[in-house]
Design a protein around this ligand. Sequence first.
Ligand SMILES: Cc1cc2nc3c(=O)[nH]c(=O)nc-3n(C[C@H](O)[C@H](O)[C@H](O)COP(=O)(O)OP(=O)(O)OC[C@H]3O[C@@H](n4cnc5c(N)ncnc54)[C@H](O)[C@@H]3O)c2cc1C
Length: 176
Amino acid sequence: MARVTVIGGGLAGSEAAFQLAERGHEVTLVEMRPVRPTPAHRTDRLAEIVCTNSFKSTELTTAHGLLKWEMRALGCLLLAVAEEARIPGGAALTVDREEFSARMTAVVEGHPRIRVVRADGRPVSWGRSLLRHTIGYGLVGLSLGLGFLWIFVDKRRRGWPDLVSGTRVIEEASDD
Ligand SMILES: Cc1cc2nc3c(=O)[nH]c(=O)nc-3n(C[C@H](O)[C@H](O)[C@H](O)COP(=O)(O)OP(=O)(O)OC[C@H]3O[C@@H](n4cnc5c(N)ncnc54)[C@H](O)[C@@H]3O)c2cc1C
């Protein structure tokens, strides 16, 4: 089975990660919040709904309703969780947004084949890279390797080169 990296734990990314993991793939889901916030999101939860709490109509006579029916038939996680977090909204699938994203976060983070990494996914800049390789590795050398062992102390498993340059090493999915 493949190892897959999904960037962004919004609605689409969370669903994609779950569907891939359910099919046996090892998934790394990279979400930048809370490391880097967005103007729209308010929490660090996965699948946060940023605007209306309505997923619109469930009636089969509407395009929205038909699409939901098809998504349910395909085993859509979002819709199953939306049903659990549902609040009265007539024919519309309306949810308690807090409960919805809390449940989604629990399911995705709790999946044995999904690893959620909180990082913004951007490549390291030249400046940071220079800092990392000169000052960072220099300090590790001067400390006779203690700077590398710091990963066992740091909560986010960062050694001194990472701490000096504000970077973080992430194991990426490879193509083989
Ligand atoms: C003000 C506003 C009103 C809206 N109103 C509606 C509406 O009425 N109806 C409707 O259907 N939709 C509405 N939307 C759109 C709504 O945001 C989308 O329907 C839905 O959130 C899209 O899901 P998504 O997964 O594509 O994106 P998002 O839910 O935004 O997910 C993207 C995720 O990727 C993360 N991310 C981005 N870049 C990186 C990176 N480089 N590294 C790591 N993580 C990253 C973000 O933090 C976020 O969690 C509205 C949006 C806004 C802003």
